[in-house]
Design a protein around this ligand. Sequence first.
Ligand code: FAD
Length: 355
Amino acid sequence: MTSRSQLHFDTVVIGGGQAGLSIGYYLEEQDRDFLILDASDCIGDTWRNRWDSLRLFTLARNSSLPGMSFPASDDYFPTKDEMADYLQTYATELTLPIRLNTRVKALIRNNDYYVLQTESNRLTATNVVVATGPFQRPYIPKFADELTPSITQLHSSDYQNPAQLPAGSVLVVGAGNSGAEIAVELTGDGRSTWLSGRDTGHIPCWLFNSRLFWWLSGTIFTVDTWLGRKIKKRSLGQGDPLIRLTPADIRQSGVERVARTEGMTDGKPRLEDGQVLDVDVVVWATGFRPGFEWIDLPGLTLDENGYPIHEKGVVTEEPGLYFLGLPFQRTPVSATIRGVGPDAEYIALRLNAHH
Ligand code: FAD
């Protein structure tokens, strides 16, 4: 039981998305004294804020957190709002101790415990689990600054629907899942749409949702095996393969696939093959970067891409510090809804050992 005035906890979880809630489930099972802090004002907002037509690429049977099934038939693809509502119900039914509207601005150490500075408060904890999400800072290439102001530009994380954009043609930069889905939606709206970027490959939706795929991901493709480590090395830093849409779907929708965008000429986007596109809107589906600069701990090192150095989420040089929900933290599905549960259980057991 936590009270509003309590200032020290055995464990504080930073982030109340699917990762933070999953570990909450295990901490509750262990009867720990813990608190989940989240910057948003409602559980599930990360999902609610994504574009209107978004549906999950994981079936309901692959979209559940530990201890509570997603409330839909197994072969249903939930909408993003249904996912948000599920997370909210999960937090309520499990009566997880959560403090909303609370962004952690700094995390430091003071001798035996961690100090978490929020806008209005200072909390301390013996263990800290950072579950702030795999997609933190929208990334837009620097040369976007040279785009002429008459061309509207936005990141895919700010895209909601075609009606939000001024009339005219669109260049979507980045051909991963988000870029491809947004491009197909815009073509359906009657716009000339170009999709720029490397082919990121394709895992058929049926395969991604099959028992075999999840079994392989949890056993053979993990960081514990040579093959898993090889896959991790290859996959990080590349766009994720298409899952629901196939390259043929994109072609048939009328979207025009073009080379990577490499810069600007006279304020217009220039492709690798030298073509300069005359468009009205640019949507940057160019991914995200981590954002862990607010953590200042001597035992934590960030790699060249800004991700923490860790072993399956455990920071060995910083006893009591853990991460959850990082891309390929332990398995290729570590940053997915179903995949984060086993990682949460793994961390909860390590927390125990430290305790
Ligand atoms: P988030 O959902 O990002 O939650 C992190 C939480 O931390 C947020 O609530 C935020 O407010 C909070 N926070 C951040 N910083 C702080 C701070 N300093 N202090 C306090 N709180 C903080 N996965 C699937 O399994 N199936 C799918 O179909 C699927 N579709 C996806 C579609 C898109 C477009 C994207 C981008 C991802 C998709 N994913 C999917 C991947 C993944 O499931 C989601 O990205 C998911 O939101 C990750 O959950 P999370 O809890 O790790 O992070």
